[in-house]
Design a protein around this ligand. Structure first.
Ligand code: FES
Length: 291
């Protein structure tokens, strides 16, 4: 974790009310992993608290990171008015990122709305490591569809919209069953109902696939503690949880969600969890760490 002075290089609106900004921040770009976030404060923003933003992309070669956010209040409105060359204060990388099993060749990514920002860097990491990626994306209608031009060509990208104006008509989770036998692991971020549905699907996956799952050995033998990177690496589904944050470093308990083993701080134990670490009935949303 480092505190850096990040210089804005590029800022553009990519969807109504949604912005993509690229910053020069070599110290952050060098250490960032998919699923982690930065905590941002601008000196003249009037922001009393820092704001958390998922690291959307990171390029250690150019020393840049990007954030993708929705303009939802005074702080994010101030960010949209920044001009290239201006600087903001960034603390990061923070939180626990996604854990990919080295044996996984096929990754299924599921994103709802702005949840795309949480899995976007995982696309780059997976392709860099020679994995195949299917990205399922859900939103309300055509006006909110994440532009395919912002994704690498190698990704298989499928869209679901509530009104059917683009792609599948219905929920993005409707598309998951088609890929559950293909995927070695799945990674998701989006609204809580979407994640809850996914967790339910995954809980029944072994029963549906039957003997097909026997061909894969997930670290049989030594037990690993729940919540550890090794345990998450073995999980078929990892979810990036969205929650409002205060300190973002584990001190204020403002981001707690309920896990099966008790309270979990999204900023410290998360934001990425194995799906079976979460008590889905007790965990309430929404809120976000990405806005
Ligand atoms: S935001 Fe303070 S403990 Fe997580």
């Amino acid at each position: 974790m480092q505190l850096v002075d990040a210089e804005l290089q590029e800022s553009r609106q990519i969807l109504p009310g949604q912005w993509l900004q690229q910053y020069h921040a070599p110290a952050l770009a060098a250490g960032a992993r998919a699923g982690q976030f930065v905590h941002v404060r601008g000196d003249w923003s009037g922001l009393v608290l820092r704001r958390p933003f998922t690291i959307n992309t990171a390029d250690p070669v150019t020393g840049t990171i990007s954030i993708h956010f929705r303009e939802v209040g005074r702080g994010t409105a101030w960010l949209t008015r920044l001009r290239p060359g201006e600087r903001i204060d960034m603390l990061g990388p923070l939180g626990q990122g996604f854990q990919v099993d080295p044996r996984s060749r096929h990754l299924l990514l599921v994103a709802g709305g702005l949840g795309i920002a949480d899995v976007r860097l995982l696309v780059d990491e997976a392709l860099r490591d020679g994995r195949q990626v299917v990205l399922l994306y859900g939103c309300r209608d055509a006006s909110e569809v994440y532009p395919s031009s912002l994704l690498p060509d190698e990704v298989e990208y499928l869209v679901a919209t509530d009104d059917g104006s683009v792609g599948h008509k219905g929920f993005v989770t409707d598309l998951v069953l088609e890929y559950e036998a293909w995927a070695d692991q799945a990674f998701a971020c989006g609204p809580l109902p979407m994640l809850r549905t996914l967790a339910g699907l995954v809980a029944g996956r072994k029963g549906r696939l039957g003997v097909a799952t026997l061909g894969r050995k997930r670290g049989g033998g030594r037990p690993v503690p729940p919540g550890s990177p090794a345990a998450r690496r073995r999980s078929f589904l990892q979810v990036a949880m969205e929650q409002n944050m205060g300190c973002a470093v584990g001190a204020c308990l403002g981001c707690v969600i309920w896990g099966v083993d008790g309270p979990q701080r999204v900023c410290r134990e998360g934001p990425v969890f194995a799906y079976d670490e979460i008590d889905w009935d007790a965990t309430a949303g929404p809120g976000t760490h990405a806005q």
